[in-house]
Design a binder for this molecule. Structure first.
Ligand SMILES: Cc1ncc(C[n+]2csc(CCOP(=O)(O)OP(=O)(O)O)c2C)c(N)n1
Ligand SMILES: [Mg+2]
Length: 330
Protein backbone atom coordinates (compact mmCIF):
# COMPACT_ATOMS: atom_id res chain seq x y z
CA UNK A 1 0.00 0.00 0.00
CA UNK A 2 1.23 3.50 -0.78
CA UNK A 3 2.59 5.41 2.19
CA UNK A 4 -0.17 7.50 3.77
CA UNK A 5 0.24 11.18 3.13
CA UNK A 6 -1.26 12.46 6.36
CA UNK A 7 -0.64 11.82 10.04
CA UNK A 8 -3.87 11.06 11.88
CA UNK A 9 -5.00 13.73 14.34
CA UNK A 10 -6.80 12.17 17.36
CA UNK A 11 -9.03 15.27 17.55
CA UNK A 12 -10.40 14.33 14.12
CA UNK A 13 -11.36 10.77 15.15
CA UNK A 14 -15.09 11.31 14.60
CA UNK A 15 -14.45 12.67 11.13
CA UNK A 16 -12.23 9.70 10.18
CA UNK A 17 -14.88 7.30 11.43
CA UNK A 18 -17.49 9.20 9.39
CA UNK A 19 -15.33 8.73 6.27
CA UNK A 20 -14.98 5.02 6.97
CA UNK A 21 -18.70 4.62 7.60
CA UNK A 22 -19.58 6.41 4.37
CA UNK A 23 -17.17 4.24 2.33
CA UNK A 24 -18.58 1.11 3.96
CA UNK A 25 -22.14 2.27 3.30
CA UNK A 26 -21.60 2.79 -0.42
CA UNK A 27 -19.64 -0.46 -0.73
CA UNK A 28 -22.45 -2.46 0.89
CA UNK A 29 -25.02 -0.52 -1.15
CA UNK A 30 -23.30 -1.47 -4.38
CA UNK A 31 -22.78 -5.11 -3.41
CA UNK A 32 -26.52 -5.43 -2.85
CA UNK A 33 -27.32 -3.42 -5.99
CA UNK A 34 -25.11 -5.83 -7.98
CA UNK A 35 -27.05 -8.79 -6.58
CA UNK A 36 -30.39 -7.13 -7.32
CA UNK A 37 -29.23 -6.47 -10.88
CA UNK A 38 -28.22 -10.12 -11.35
CA UNK A 39 -31.69 -11.11 -10.11
CA UNK A 40 -33.31 -8.94 -12.78
CA UNK A 41 -34.74 -6.46 -10.28
CA UNK A 42 -32.80 -3.55 -11.80
CA UNK A 43 -33.10 -2.76 -15.51
CA UNK A 44 -30.92 -0.79 -17.88
CA UNK A 45 -27.26 -0.18 -17.20
CA UNK A 46 -25.53 -0.35 -13.85
CA UNK A 47 -21.89 0.68 -13.31
CA UNK A 48 -20.43 -0.17 -9.95
CA UNK A 49 -17.85 1.97 -8.16
CA UNK A 50 -16.42 -0.67 -5.82
CA UNK A 51 -12.73 0.10 -5.19
CA UNK A 52 -13.02 3.81 -5.99
CA UNK A 53 -14.89 4.92 -2.85
CA UNK A 54 -12.09 7.08 -1.47
CA UNK A 55 -12.36 9.46 -4.42
CA UNK A 56 -16.02 10.49 -4.10
CA UNK A 57 -16.08 10.41 -0.33
CA UNK A 58 -12.79 12.21 0.23
CA UNK A 59 -13.74 14.85 -2.34
CA UNK A 60 -17.35 15.54 -1.43
CA UNK A 61 -16.72 15.77 2.30
CA UNK A 62 -14.39 18.69 1.48
CA UNK A 63 -17.22 20.72 -0.08
CA UNK A 64 -20.17 22.74 1.22
CA UNK A 65 -23.86 21.94 0.88
CA UNK A 66 -24.41 24.86 -1.49
CA UNK A 67 -21.75 23.72 -3.98
CA UNK A 68 -22.65 22.02 -7.28
CA UNK A 69 -21.78 18.45 -8.20
CA UNK A 70 -21.65 16.87 -11.68
CA UNK A 71 -20.68 13.25 -12.28
CA UNK A 72 -20.47 10.57 -14.92
CA UNK A 73 -22.73 7.51 -14.87
CA UNK A 74 -20.69 5.70 -12.17
CA UNK A 75 -22.22 7.84 -9.46
CA UNK A 76 -24.09 5.92 -6.76
CA UNK A 77 -21.41 6.77 -4.20
CA UNK A 78 -21.37 10.45 -5.10
CA UNK A 79 -25.15 10.70 -4.78
CA UNK A 80 -25.27 8.99 -1.40
CA UNK A 81 -22.33 10.98 -0.04
CA UNK A 82 -24.01 14.16 -1.22
CA UNK A 83 -26.92 13.28 1.06
CA UNK A 84 -29.43 11.70 -1.32
CA UNK A 85 -30.91 8.97 0.90
CA UNK A 86 -29.92 5.37 -0.03
CA UNK A 87 -33.66 4.64 -0.29
CA UNK A 88 -34.08 7.25 -3.05
CA UNK A 89 -30.97 6.03 -4.90
CA UNK A 90 -31.93 2.35 -4.72
CA UNK A 91 -35.51 3.16 -5.78
CA UNK A 92 -34.11 5.04 -8.78
CA UNK A 93 -32.05 1.98 -9.75
CA UNK A 94 -35.26 -0.04 -9.54
CA UNK A 95 -37.04 2.50 -11.77
CA UNK A 96 -39.58 3.33 -9.06
CA UNK A 97 -41.59 6.53 -8.61
CA UNK A 98 -39.90 7.17 -5.25
CA UNK A 99 -36.45 7.31 -6.88
CA UNK A 100 -34.55 10.59 -6.79
CA UNK A 101 -35.25 11.11 -10.51
CA UNK A 102 -38.82 9.83 -10.28
CA UNK A 103 -37.80 6.44 -11.66
CA UNK A 104 -37.16 7.87 -15.10
CA UNK A 105 -33.38 8.17 -14.94
CA UNK A 106 -32.10 4.90 -13.54
CA UNK A 107 -28.57 4.22 -12.34
CA UNK A 108 -26.85 6.61 -14.75
CA UNK A 109 -29.07 9.65 -14.17
CA UNK A 110 -29.32 10.38 -10.48
CA UNK A 111 -30.35 13.99 -9.80
CA UNK A 112 -31.33 16.10 -6.80
CA UNK A 113 -31.40 19.79 -7.59
CA UNK A 114 -32.06 20.78 -3.96
CA UNK A 115 -28.81 19.11 -2.99
CA UNK A 116 -26.93 20.70 -5.88
CA UNK A 117 -26.51 17.24 -7.40
CA UNK A 118 -26.84 17.95 -11.10
CA UNK A 119 -26.39 14.43 -12.52
CA UNK A 120 -25.51 11.53 -13.39
CA UNK A 121 -24.52 11.83 -17.14
CA UNK A 122 -24.19 8.95 -19.56
CA UNK A 123 -22.40 10.70 -22.41
CA UNK A 124 -18.68 10.44 -21.77
CA UNK A 125 -17.36 13.96 -21.17
CA UNK A 126 -20.75 15.54 -21.95
CA UNK A 127 -21.10 17.00 -18.45
CA UNK A 128 -17.69 18.69 -18.33
CA UNK A 129 -18.90 21.86 -20.08
CA UNK A 130 -21.96 21.93 -17.79
CA UNK A 131 -19.70 22.16 -14.74
CA UNK A 132 -17.88 25.08 -16.32
CA UNK A 133 -21.31 26.65 -16.90
CA UNK A 134 -22.08 26.31 -13.19
CA UNK A 135 -18.69 27.87 -12.44
CA UNK A 136 -19.59 30.75 -14.77
CA UNK A 137 -22.95 31.22 -13.00
CA UNK A 138 -21.23 31.27 -9.60
CA UNK A 139 -18.85 33.94 -10.78
CA UNK A 140 -21.64 35.92 -12.44
CA UNK A 141 -23.70 35.92 -9.24
CA UNK A 142 -20.58 36.69 -7.27
CA UNK A 143 -20.96 34.01 -4.59
CA UNK A 144 -18.15 31.88 -3.18
CA UNK A 145 -19.60 28.52 -4.21
CA UNK A 146 -17.68 25.87 -6.11
CA UNK A 147 -18.66 23.45 -8.88
CA UNK A 148 -17.00 20.03 -9.05
CA UNK A 149 -17.00 17.67 -12.01
CA UNK A 150 -16.07 13.98 -11.73
CA UNK A 151 -15.19 12.16 -14.95
CA UNK A 152 -13.25 9.09 -16.03
CA UNK A 153 -9.86 9.21 -17.72
CA UNK A 154 -11.38 8.18 -21.06
CA UNK A 155 -13.22 11.53 -21.12
CA UNK A 156 -9.85 13.22 -21.53
CA UNK A 157 -9.95 12.06 -25.15
CA UNK A 158 -13.15 14.02 -25.78
CA UNK A 159 -12.87 17.45 -27.35
CA UNK A 160 -15.26 19.01 -24.84
CA UNK A 161 -12.73 18.31 -22.08
CA UNK A 162 -10.06 20.39 -23.82
CA UNK A 163 -12.44 23.15 -24.82
CA UNK A 164 -13.80 23.39 -21.30
CA UNK A 165 -10.45 23.46 -19.55
CA UNK A 166 -9.23 26.09 -21.92
CA UNK A 167 -12.26 28.31 -21.24
CA UNK A 168 -12.26 27.64 -17.49
CA UNK A 169 -8.63 28.75 -17.30
CA UNK A 170 -9.20 31.76 -19.53
CA UNK A 171 -12.33 32.91 -17.70
CA UNK A 172 -10.99 31.94 -14.27
CA UNK A 173 -13.96 29.80 -13.25
CA UNK A 174 -14.34 28.29 -9.75
CA UNK A 175 -14.68 24.72 -11.04
CA UNK A 176 -12.79 21.64 -9.87
CA UNK A 177 -12.20 19.06 -12.60
CA UNK A 178 -11.65 15.70 -10.95
CA UNK A 179 -10.46 12.90 -13.22
CA UNK A 180 -11.04 9.46 -11.73
CA UNK A 181 -8.30 7.50 -13.45
CA UNK A 182 -9.33 3.91 -12.77
CA UNK A 183 -7.04 2.74 -15.62
CA UNK A 184 -9.78 1.38 -17.89
CA UNK A 185 -12.26 2.95 -20.25
CA UNK A 186 -14.60 -0.04 -20.77
CA UNK A 187 -12.11 -2.70 -21.92
CA UNK A 188 -9.43 -0.29 -23.07
CA UNK A 189 -6.40 0.21 -20.87
CA UNK A 190 -5.55 3.75 -21.69
CA UNK A 191 -2.14 3.83 -20.11
CA UNK A 192 -1.12 0.79 -22.08
CA UNK A 193 -2.22 2.52 -25.26
CA UNK A 194 -0.07 5.41 -24.03
CA UNK A 195 -2.91 7.77 -24.91
CA UNK A 196 -3.11 9.46 -21.53
CA UNK A 197 -1.69 8.90 -18.15
CA UNK A 198 -0.11 12.01 -16.75
CA UNK A 199 -3.40 13.78 -17.04
CA UNK A 200 -2.60 16.41 -14.46
CA UNK A 201 0.51 17.36 -16.40
CA UNK A 202 -1.67 18.17 -19.36
CA UNK A 203 -3.30 20.91 -17.32
CA UNK A 204 -0.12 22.91 -17.67
CA UNK A 205 -1.14 23.60 -21.23
CA UNK A 206 -4.29 25.23 -19.86
CA UNK A 207 -2.57 27.47 -17.33
CA UNK A 208 -4.40 25.78 -14.49
CA UNK A 209 -3.28 24.44 -11.12
CA UNK A 210 -3.19 20.67 -11.01
CA UNK A 211 -2.21 17.75 -8.86
CA UNK A 212 -2.04 13.98 -8.96
CA UNK A 213 -3.42 12.23 -5.89
CA UNK A 214 -3.51 8.68 -4.56
CA UNK A 215 -7.17 7.97 -5.21
CA UNK A 216 -7.13 5.02 -2.81
CA UNK A 217 -6.34 7.32 0.14
CA UNK A 218 -9.49 9.07 1.32
CA UNK A 219 -7.60 11.62 3.43
CA UNK A 220 -5.30 12.55 0.58
CA UNK A 221 -8.35 13.04 -1.64
CA UNK A 222 -10.07 15.15 1.00
CA UNK A 223 -7.07 17.42 1.39
CA UNK A 224 -6.48 17.84 -2.34
CA UNK A 225 -10.10 18.86 -2.94
CA UNK A 226 -10.06 21.16 0.10
CA UNK A 227 -7.04 22.95 -1.44
CA UNK A 228 -8.77 23.21 -4.80
CA UNK A 229 -11.99 24.47 -3.19
CA UNK A 230 -10.11 27.18 -1.35
CA UNK A 231 -8.45 28.27 -4.60
CA UNK A 232 -11.89 28.39 -6.24
CA UNK A 233 -13.61 30.27 -3.41
CA UNK A 234 -10.91 32.82 -2.74
CA UNK A 235 -9.27 33.35 -6.11
CA UNK A 236 -11.99 32.10 -8.48
CA UNK A 237 -9.55 29.72 -10.12
CA UNK A 238 -10.08 26.23 -11.53
CA UNK A 239 -8.05 23.12 -10.66
CA UNK A 240 -7.51 19.80 -12.39
CA UNK A 241 -7.00 16.81 -10.09
CA UNK A 242 -6.08 13.35 -11.30
CA UNK A 243 -7.03 10.67 -8.79
CA UNK A 244 -5.17 7.39 -9.43
CA UNK A 245 -7.68 4.76 -8.49
CA UNK A 246 -8.92 1.33 -9.58
CA UNK A 247 -12.26 -0.32 -10.13
CA UNK A 248 -12.63 -3.90 -8.92
CA UNK A 249 -15.69 -4.74 -10.99
CA UNK A 250 -16.19 -4.88 -14.74
CA UNK A 251 -17.08 -1.74 -16.65
CA UNK A 252 -20.78 -2.48 -16.15
CA UNK A 253 -22.77 -5.49 -15.05
CA UNK A 254 -22.41 -6.83 -18.60
CA UNK A 255 -18.60 -6.96 -18.36
CA UNK A 256 -16.73 -9.76 -16.55
CA UNK A 257 -14.63 -8.74 -13.55
CA UNK A 258 -11.45 -10.05 -15.16
CA UNK A 259 -10.49 -12.22 -18.08
CA UNK A 260 -10.69 -10.25 -21.30
CA UNK A 261 -8.42 -7.32 -20.66
CA UNK A 262 -6.92 -7.73 -17.22
CA UNK A 263 -5.70 -10.63 -15.15
CA UNK A 264 -6.96 -11.93 -11.85
CA UNK A 265 -3.47 -11.29 -10.46
CA UNK A 266 -3.63 -7.60 -11.35
CA UNK A 267 -6.98 -7.30 -9.61
CA UNK A 268 -5.71 -9.06 -6.47
CA UNK A 269 -2.65 -6.83 -6.40
CA UNK A 270 -4.80 -3.69 -6.61
CA UNK A 271 -7.05 -4.91 -3.82
CA UNK A 272 -4.04 -4.64 -1.52
CA UNK A 273 -4.55 -0.88 -1.79
CA UNK A 274 -8.20 -1.10 -0.75
CA UNK A 275 -9.35 2.30 0.53
CA UNK A 276 -11.60 0.91 3.26
CA UNK A 277 -9.03 -1.54 4.60
CA UNK A 278 -6.38 1.19 4.36
CA UNK A 279 -8.25 3.68 6.54
CA UNK A 280 -9.42 0.95 8.91
CA UNK A 281 -5.87 -0.19 9.61
CA UNK A 282 -4.64 3.32 10.12
CA UNK A 283 -7.41 3.92 12.65
CA UNK A 284 -6.61 0.63 14.39
CA UNK A 285 -2.93 1.51 14.59
CA UNK A 286 -3.69 4.97 15.98
CA UNK A 287 -6.03 3.43 18.58
CA UNK A 288 -9.00 5.39 17.21
CA UNK A 289 -11.12 2.35 16.36
CA UNK A 290 -11.24 -1.36 17.19
CA UNK A 291 -12.66 -4.50 15.59
CA UNK A 292 -15.90 -4.28 17.59
CA UNK A 293 -16.35 -0.69 16.40
CA UNK A 294 -15.97 -1.73 12.76
CA UNK A 295 -18.35 -4.65 13.14
CA UNK A 296 -20.98 -2.40 14.69
CA UNK A 297 -20.53 0.13 11.91
CA UNK A 298 -20.85 -2.61 9.30
CA UNK A 299 -24.04 -3.96 10.87
CA UNK A 300 -25.56 -0.48 10.87
CA UNK A 301 -24.80 0.23 7.23
CA UNK A 302 -25.98 -3.23 6.16
CA UNK A 303 -29.30 -2.55 7.91
CA UNK A 304 -29.55 0.80 6.12
CA UNK A 305 -28.96 -0.89 2.76
CA UNK A 306 -31.45 -3.67 3.53
CA UNK A 307 -34.01 -0.99 4.36
CA UNK A 308 -33.26 0.77 1.05
CA UNK A 309 -33.83 -2.48 -0.85
CA UNK A 310 -37.15 -3.15 0.88
CA UNK A 311 -38.23 0.43 0.21
CA UNK A 312 -37.30 0.11 -3.48
CA UNK A 313 -39.04 -3.26 -3.80
CA UNK A 314 -42.24 -2.02 -2.21
CA UNK A 315 -42.39 1.32 -4.00
CA UNK A 316 -44.80 1.83 -6.92
CA UNK A 317 -43.79 2.18 -10.55
CA UNK A 318 -44.20 5.67 -12.00
CA UNK A 319 -47.74 6.43 -13.22
CA UNK A 320 -48.12 6.52 -17.03
CA UNK A 321 -48.83 10.26 -16.71
CA UNK A 322 -45.29 10.76 -15.43
CA UNK A 323 -44.22 10.36 -19.06
CA UNK A 324 -45.46 13.90 -19.62
CA UNK A 325 -43.70 15.57 -16.69
CA UNK A 326 -40.25 17.11 -17.09
CA UNK A 327 -41.02 17.72 -20.76
CA UNK A 328 -39.20 20.60 -22.38
CA UNK A 329 -41.57 23.43 -23.26
CA UNK A 330 -40.53 26.38 -25.33
C1 LIG B 1 -19.45 10.14 -26.17
C2 LIG B 1 -19.51 8.71 -25.76
N1 LIG B 1 -18.76 7.80 -26.42
C3 LIG B 1 -18.79 6.49 -26.05
C4 LIG B 1 -19.60 6.10 -25.01
C5 LIG B 1 -19.60 4.64 -24.58
N2 LIG B 1 -18.88 4.53 -23.30
C6 LIG B 1 -19.56 4.44 -22.15
S1 LIG B 1 -18.52 4.37 -20.85
C7 LIG B 1 -17.15 4.45 -21.82
C8 LIG B 1 -15.79 4.42 -21.22
C9 LIG B 1 -15.55 5.53 -20.25
O1 LIG B 1 -14.40 5.28 -19.49
P1 LIG B 1 -13.92 6.28 -18.39
O2 LIG B 1 -14.19 7.68 -18.81
O3 LIG B 1 -12.51 5.93 -18.06
O4 LIG B 1 -14.88 6.01 -17.14
P2 LIG B 1 -15.05 4.68 -16.27
O5 LIG B 1 -16.10 3.86 -16.95
O6 LIG B 1 -13.73 4.00 -16.24
O7 LIG B 1 -15.50 5.15 -14.94
C10 LIG B 1 -17.51 4.53 -23.15
C11 LIG B 1 -16.55 4.60 -24.25
C12 LIG B 1 -20.39 7.08 -24.37
N3 LIG B 1 -21.19 6.77 -23.35
N4 LIG B 1 -20.31 8.37 -24.73
MG1 LIG C 1 -11.80 4.74 -16.55
Amino acid sequence: MAAPTTQLDPNQADFYRQLLREMLLVRRFEERAGEAYAQGRIGGFCHLYIGQEAVAIGALTALREDDYVFTSYREHAHAITRGIPPRAVMAELFGKATGCSGGKGGSMHLFDVDKGFLGGHAIVGGHIPLAAGAGFAIKYRDTDQVAICFFGEAAVNIGAFHETLNMAALWKLPTIFLCENNRYGMGTALERAAAVYDIAERACSYDMASETVDGMDVLAMHEAVARAAERARKDKLPTLIEARTYRYMGHSMADPIHGHYRTKEELEEQKQRDPIEGLKHRLFEAGLLDQDGVEKMDEEVQAEVADALTFADESPDPEPDALYTHVYQD
